[in-house]
Design a protein around this ligand. Structure first.
Ligand SMILES: Nc1ncnc2c1ncn2[C@@H]1O[C@H](COP(=O)(O)OP(=O)(O)O)[C@@H](O)[C@H]1O
Ligand SMILES: N[C@@H](CCOP(=O)(O)O)C(=O)O
Length: 301
């Protein structure tokens, strides 16, 4: 019979950028920015403290995304938690296309696994990925969050297949984050049910090229990040971001909409990143982010 260890755990979950241009719902990249959650078993009741991103908005009860996934996973493991205290330090902006919901889901899953004495043997990494994918609705962010690096994820007959690559060490990201967000769920509804064959064919070729460009041929990042499947359809919901992508690309900078947007991500030589961030247009907060090789971690707090 499984039981809580009774000891607190600390989970770190990285931000991720999905799609990266042509890799819609498949490619994900872990970034050097992340949330921390410390979960401490206590007598009874759920207490949630939040500082940083989303602190003014997220619920402080069972509807809180980390708590909801954590409690559901403990239930799946057959453990009644008594009480729990969650201390959340959030650095990933919400609803900006940097994988905050994927990070919250992965945090809940990994915390539950670490809180239970035989959690690691009962909930393997592949099952965590499957559960996270089911909760998020697409595998790209959760795969990169769990494994780190550049991930390629696919539906493998109901399971989630994943392949991980080390990103090119000389490449960094500049994230241009606008003040307002969009809900991923909402902007997924802007996508058409079918697309022209020529667009699908173009994206398939670019996505294959992008894996090479992001791992060992950064000189090919500009053609490799060209998308014809999602960015244009979502542009009306984020005209400022669409204009910034167009402007950067016209200047030869490999820029994409990060995830479902509206953040714009440029993938550039690390030495060029500070200058590009300094030239951010008014209204965008620019952050230079390393590409993170490590995935999410859970350890005793
Ligand atoms: N750390 C968190 N704690 C609680 N809820 C979160 C957290 N991160 C994200 N969420 C929830 O997920 C929503 C954002 O999800 P989504 O629209 O998919 O955007 P994103 O691109 O940031 O993943 C937030 O508005 C919030 O409801
Ligand atoms: N492939 C998804 C990626 C969503 O990423 P997020 O960080 O915006 O949640 C999509 O494009 O809808």
């Amino acid at each position: 019979m499984s039981a809580l260890t009774g000891r607190p755990v600390r989970v770190h979950v990285p931000a991720t950028s999905a799609n990266l241009g042509p890799g819609f719902d498949a490619l994900g990249l872990a970034l050097g920015l992340g949330d921390d959650v410390v979960v401490t078993p206590r007598g009874e009741g759920l207490r949630i403290d939040v500082e940083g991103e989303g602190a003014a908005d997220v619920p402080r009860d069972e509807r809180h995304l980390v708590a909801r996934v954590l409690l559901a996973t403990l239930g799946r493991l057959g453990v009644a938690p008594g009480g729990l205290h969650l201390a959340c330090t959030n650095r990933i902006p919400h609803a900006r296309g940097l994988g905050s919901s994927a990070a919250a889901i992965v945090a809940g899953l990994l915390a539950a696994r670490a809180l239970v004495d035989d959690g690691a043997s009962r909930l393997g990494d592949a099952e965590v990925l499957d559960l996270a994918t089911a909760e998020e609705g697409h595998p790209d962010n959760v795969a990169a969050c769990l494994l780190g690096g550049l991930t390629l994820a696919w539906d493998d007959g109901g399971r989630t297949g994943v392949l991980r690559h080390d990103p090119d060490p000389g490449t960094a990201a500049v994230a241009y984050v606008p003040p307002g967000g969009v809900s991923t769920h909402e902007v997924r509804r802007l996508l058409p049910a079918t697309v022209p064959h020529a667009d699908a064919a173009a994206n398939a070729g670019r996505a294959a090229l992008l894996v090479q460009a992001l791992t060992r041929r950064p000189d090919l990042l500009l053609p490799a990040t060209q998308d014809r499947l999602h960015q244009a359809y979502r542009a009306p919901a984020m005209p400022g971001s669409a204009a910034l992508v167009e402007r950067l690309r016209a200047d030869g900078v490999p820029a994409v909409v990060s995830g479902a947007g509206p953040t714009v991500l440029a993938l550039v030589p690390a030495a060029d990143a500070p200058g590009l961030a300094a030239a951010a247009p008014e209204g965008f907060a620019a952050h230079v982010l390393a590409l993170r090789a490590e995935g999410a971690t859970a350890a005793p707090a």
